[in-house]
Design a binder for this molecule. Structure first.
Ligand code: 5GP
Length: 195
């Protein structure tokens, strides 16, 4: 008898400006079967971001209500805004046997690791710190104050790569996406072998 396919929880972190969104876009092109966990946030949408797709954008009172209702698998305050992963959305995907990707910060990942240690935890690093700071400045999506906070936090976050089982350096978007895909395949093999 074949075993039902078990969905894999994949957590991807990395400092702001490292190119997580671009890598994820490529990853979903290469592997459209992967699901994305749309987080809730109180941060205002950036140009081009679509509600319910990039994030579910909510007000702060609404976010606090969702905390009370235990809607979050984890939540954190990042760059002075709230971000949270929907427990319901993640559990539904895993129960359907789907692989689901969470793009969350290091605090959130630490929390998820405690609850779901069987997940795959990946940290994306930049080729150099200088390049990371340049990318953040060049992005031009934040106010000067928000940019300064992001730069400081990005350097702190970079130091936390050591907590991750898997670290990928983002030199080339396509290569990084393919490396992540290989890690996902290897993790499925490991789980299958353990059954
Ligand atoms: P951004 O505002 O650039 O989209 O995201 C800022 C940071 O928040 C990134 O490090 C991103 O990974 C993190 N983030 C996004 N969604 C979540 C979430 O649901 N939970 C946590 N803990 N962090 C999140």
């Amino acid at each position: 008898m074949t075993q039902p396919r078990i969905g894999l929880l994949i957590v991807i972190s990395g400092p702001s400006g490292v190119g997580k969104d671009t890598v994820l876009r490529r990853l979903f092109e290469l592997a459209p079967h992967l699901k994305y966990s749309v987080s809730y946030t109180t941060r205002p949408p950036r140009p081009g971001e679509v509600d319910g797709h990039s994030y579910t954008f909510v007000s702060e009172p609404e976010f606090l209500r969702l905390i009370e209702q235990k809607e979050f698998l984890e939540w954190a305050r990042v760059y002075d805004q709230y971000y949270g992963t929907s427990r319901r959305r993640v559990e539904a995907a895993l129960n359907r046997g789907e692989d689901i990707i969470l793009k969350i910060d290091v605090q959130g990942a630490t929390f998820v690791r405690k609850r779901m240690p069987e997940g795959l935890f990946i940290f994306i690093t930049p080729p150099s710190t200088e390049e990371l700071l340049n990318r953040l400045t060049g992005r031009n999506t934040e106010s000067p104050q928000a940019l300064e906070i992001r730069q400081k936090e990005a350097l702190v976050e970079l130091g936390l790569a050591k907590d991750y089982e898997h670290v990928v350096c983002n030199r080339d978007v396509d290569e990084t996406a393919r490396e992540i895909l290989a890690m996902i395949a290897a993790e499925h093999d490991r789980h299958r072998a353990a059954v």
